[in-house]
Design a protein around this ligand. Structure first.
Ligand code: NAP
Length: 254
């Protein structure tokens, strides 16, 4: 019996990257998992097949979490598949780097509609079904509390998540539901592959790996499984007295 036996979890953006590692870990801990994807259908279906082969119950559902109606449908599909919902891990997110003068209203809406609005409405939709003991984990970033050149839009979209969990905890706490955020540091995924170099200040003459050593106590990026392990703790009974908090898993980033 795993720690999450009998629980039903929905993980957004779980076809690849951190979300895939989270879905895998929750399934390993015994949860039935609904794997949301937006465009990575083949990856999501492959993950479902792998998890089922290992004896887990898993299903994949397409939805764009920037559209609250699609998020509502996603939650309903999860509940009709598994009968209930106990855990929401809102992981889907998109990056943005750019100087102030380059940011357009369309950029703002695109980034905030996934990273911020998408997470709020995922909570609203999931909360319709969660009962006492329910668990919600949103995804912030270490960027929410660190200054990185040209990173304003993404950082602000994630800073809002720290405020969101702090304030929603009181409402949801009355129903016995906890809500926290995880704030990963640099983690080895497609996102880091594409954007990692941008974290290094353009005037700093160092390679990316030298920069990682300079700015992290552990001197390396996280493996997605290391972020998934913290998420698995937050959704377990062991974290029953933690709510409203943003937990940094950043290898001592400074
Ligand atoms: P990634 O490799 O770029 O994967 C992004 C995931 O989000 C994909 O599964 C993607 O789904 C999904 N997604 C994006 N927009 C979506 C939408 N509108 N609807 C549904 N799903 C959507 O990113 P990652 O590194 O795994 O990041 C996961 C989360 O951690 C994000 O919230 C990110 O901001 C945060 N984070 C990452 C790092 C890092 O260094 N990697 C650090 C701090 C925080 P499809 O592929 O199906 O489109």
């Amino acid at each position: 019996m795993g720690k999450l036996s009998g629980k039903v979890a929905l993980v957004t953006g779980a076809g690849r990257g951190i979300g895939k590692a989270v879905a895998t870990r929750l399934a390993e801990d015994g949860a039935k998992v609904a794997i949301n994807y937006r465009s990575s259908a083949a990856d999501a279906e492959k993950l479902v097949a792998e998890l089922r082969e290992r004896g887990a119950e898993a299903v994949a559902f397409q939805a764009d979490v920037s559209d609250p109606a699609q998020t509502g449908r996603l939650v309903d599909q999860t509940v009709s598949e598994f009968g209930t919902l106990d855990i929401l891990v809102s992981n889907a997110g998109i990056e943005h780097f750019g100087p102030l003068e380059s940011i357009t209203p369309e950029d703002f809406d695109r980034v905030f509609s996934v990273n911020t609005r998408g997470q709020l409405f995922a909570v609203q939709q999931a909360a319709r079904h969660l009962g006492a003991g329910g668990r919600i984990v949103l995804t912030s970033s270490v960027s929410a509390t660190r200054s990185v050149f040209h990173h304003t839009l993404y950082a602000a979209s994630k800073g809002a998540i720290n405020s969101m969990v702090l304030n929603l905890a009181a409402e949801l706490g009355q129903r016995g539901i906890t809500i926290n955020a995880i704030a990963p540091g640099g983690t080895v995924t497609d996102m880091a592959d594409t954007h990692g170099i941008s974290y290094k200040h353009p005037l700093l003459n160092a390679s990316l790996s030298e920069w990682e050593k300079m700015h992290g106590a552990l001197g390396r990026l996280a493996r997605p499984e290391e972020i998934a392990a913290v998420t698995a703790f937050l959704v377990s009974d062991d974290a029953s007295y933690i709510t409203g908090r943003t937990i940094e898993a950043d290898g001592g980033f400074f």
